[in-house]
Design a protein around this ligand. Structure first.
Ligand code: ARG
Length: 457
C-alpha cells in the first residue's frame, strides 16, 4: 500500500514502479532518514501533535531501526515500498499501528528527502576530507623517504628543467589541499536544515525550526521553503569537488604511469597495485593508476548530468530531482575508492634514483645555466642563449652531455668559458640554485616539506 493511495482507484503499473521507485538506491539514506524522523517526532510532540508517551514509543522503535540500518540488517529486498521514506514509515506502522500513522503530520517527503540528502552529503564530506588527508600523508611520506632524488621536470612532455622529487610530490599536495578546502567551503554552505518547510510552502504546525536544525547538527534552518525543498546546489558542489579532485588524481596517475614506463623507468610499483598480462608474462601493468584516470569519465558525467537535470525545473520540487542520488552516490564511492588506492600506490613507489638523475642530466637541462654563466661574464642574454644553443648542437653531434665536452671544445664556441663552468653544469648546482620561495632548490623544498610534515593530521 503506497503512502498516497487514498485518491487512487487503480494500482501502479509494473513499468511505472520501475521508473518511479527509488528504494533500490535511496536505501543508502536509511540512517539519515531515521535520525530525521526522531528529530521530527520530538518537534511535533512539542507542537502538541504527539503525547510524550507516543513520542517515546516512536523514538524507541526508530532507535531500534537505526541500529539495524547501521549494521546493514534492514531487509529492503523483501519490501515493496516506493522509497526509503515510505519504507521507514511503513515499517513503523507495522510495528506500532496508529501511533506511527501520526509521524508524517506537518511533514512532506520533499523537506524530508532534502534533509536526508544534506545529512548524507555532510557525513561523506567528512569522510572524504579524511581520505584526502591520507593521500597527502602518503605523498609527504614518499617525499621524506626520497628527499634528495632529482628527476627531470617536463613541459610539453619534453625534458625541461630538473626538479627534486619532493617538489613533484608537493605539487600534488597543494592540489589536494585545495580539494580539502573546497570540501570545507561547500560543507558550510550545505549545513542548513530544510526540515519544517513541508512540501513547498512551510508547515502550519508550531514547530521550532531552529531547534530541529541544531538537533540534527545543522548550523541554521534554510530561510525559504520553496528554495529549501528544491535546492540541489549541494549535490552539484560536491560533484564539482569530486570532479576536480579526480582530475588532480588523474594527472598524478598519468605522471606515475609515465614514470613507471619502460621508457622512463624512474619508479617501480608494488605487486599489490599492479596486474599481469594473460598473454605476455613479462608485463606488470599499472592498472590501479589507469583506473584512477579512467574513472574520471563517470564522475565528470554525473556532474554534467545533474546540471542538465536541474536546469529547466520550475519551483519547487519535481520528480526529476530524484535523479540527484545515483550520480552523487556513485561519484562519492568512486572518489573514495580512488583516494584509498592512491595511498596504496604511492606507498609502494620505489624510486630508481640513478635512472632519474641520468634522465635529468641527459636532456641538456643545464643549457640555461650555461647561458646564465655567459651572462655573468658580460654577454647579453640573447647572445648567450645563442652560444649555449650552439654548445648543445656540438654536444649532440658528439653524443655527449655539455659537461662531457672538454674546455677546448667549449672554448671554440666562446672564449669566455673557463674551468669554473663545470661546477655550474652539475645537476645539484642548477637545481639548488632555484632557491626562491616555491622553487625546486633543496632549501625551499626542505622547508615546504617540513611545513607539510608539521600539518599532518
Ligand atoms: N523519492 C523521492 C526523491 O528522492 C522523495 C520525494 C518524493 N516527493 C514527492 N513529492 N513525490 O526525490
Amino acid at each position: 500500500m503506497s503512502l498516497w493511495g487514498g485518491r487512487f482507484q487503480d494500482g501502479s503499473s509494473e513499468m511505472f514502479r520501475r521508473v518511479n521507485d527509488s528504494l533500490p538506491f535511496d536505501r543508502a539514506l536509511a540512517s539519515q532518514d531515521i535520525r530525521g524522523s526522531i528529530t521530527w517526532s520530538k518537534a511535533i510532540c512539542k507542537a502538541g501533535v504527539l503525547t510524550q508517551d507516543e513520542q517515546q514509543q516512536l523514538e524507541q522503535a526508530l532507535q531500534a531501526l537505526l541500529v539495524k540500518a547501521e549494521t546493514g540488517t534492514l531487509d529492503f529486498d523483501a519490501s515493496s515500498e516506493e522509497d526509503i521514506h515510505s519504507f521507514v514509515e511503513a515499517t513503523l506502522i507495522e510495528q506500532l499501528g496508529d501511533v506511527a500513522r501520526k509521524l508524517h503530520t506537518g511533514r512532506s517527503r520533499n523537506d524530508q528527502v532534502a534533509t536526508d540528502f544534506r545529512l548524507w552529503t555532510r557525513e561523506h564530506v567528512d569522510l572524504l576530507i579524511a581520505d584526502l588527508e591520507n593521500v597527502k600523508a602518503s605523498l609527504v611520506g614518499t617525499a621524506t623517504n626520497n628527499k634528495t632524488v632529482i628527476l627531470p621536470g617536463y613541459t610539453h612532455l619534453q625534458r625541461a628543467q630538473p626538479v627534486r622529487y619532493p617538489h613533484w610530490c608537493l605539487a600534488y599536495v597543494e592540489m589536494f589541499k585545495r580539494d580539502i578546502s573546497r570540501l570545507h567551503d561547500l560543507r558550510a554552505r550545505l549545513n542548513q536544515s530544510p526540515l519544517g518547510c513541508g512540501a513547498l510552502a512551510g508547515t502550519t504546525y508550531p514547530i521550532d525550526r531552529h531547534e530541529i536544525a541544531s538537533d540534527l547538527g545543522f548550523d541554521s534552518p534554510c530561510l525559504n521553503s520553496l528554495d529549501a525543498v528544491s535546492d540541489r546546489d549541494f549535490v552539484l558542489e560536491l560533484l564539482f569537488a569530486a570532479s576536480t579532485s579526480m582530475m588532480h588524481m588523474s594527472r598524478m596517475a598519468e605522471d606515475l604511469i609515465f614514470f613507471n614506463s619502460g621508457e622512463a623507468g624512474f619508479i617501480t610499483l608494488g605487486d599489490e597495485v599492479t596486474s599481469g598480462s594473460s598473454l605476455m608474462p613479462q608485463k606488470k601493468n599499472p592498472d590501479a593508476l589507469e583506473l584512477m584516470r579512467g574513472k574520471c569519465g563517470r564522475v565528470f558525467g554525473s556532474l554534467q548530468g545533474m546540471l542538465v537535470t536541474m536546469k529547466g525545473l520550475p519551483l519547487a520540487y519535481n520528480k526529476d530531482m530524484q535523479e540527484d542520488k545515483e550520480g552523487l552516490l556513485d561519484a562519492v564511492t568512486q572518489w573514495h575508492i580512488c583516494l584509498c588506492i592512491a595511498c596504496e600506490v604511492i606507498d609502494s613507489i620505489k624510486l630508481d634514483s640513478e635512472r632519474c638523475a641520468k634522465a635529468a642530466r641527459e636532456g641538456y637541462a643545464n643549457a640555461t645555466e650555461l647561458a646564465d654563466y655567459l651572462v655573468a661574464k658580460g654577454i647579453p642574454f640573447r647572445t648567450a642563449h645563442d652560444i649555449s644553443g650552439q654548445v648543445v648542437l656540438a654536444a649532440l653531434e658528439k653524443k655527449k652531455a655539455i659537461e662531457e665536452l672538454s674546455l677546448e671544445e667549449l672554448k671554440q664556441l666562446s672564449g669566455l668559458i673557463e674551468n669554473d663552468v663545470y661546477e655550474i653544469l652539475q645537476l645539484e648546482y642548477l637545481v639548488d640554485k632555484r632557491s626562491i620561495l616555491g622553487g625546486t632548490g633543496i632549501d625551499p623544498v626542505s622547508k615546504a616539506l617540513a611545513a607539510e610534515v608539521a600539518q599532518l593530521k
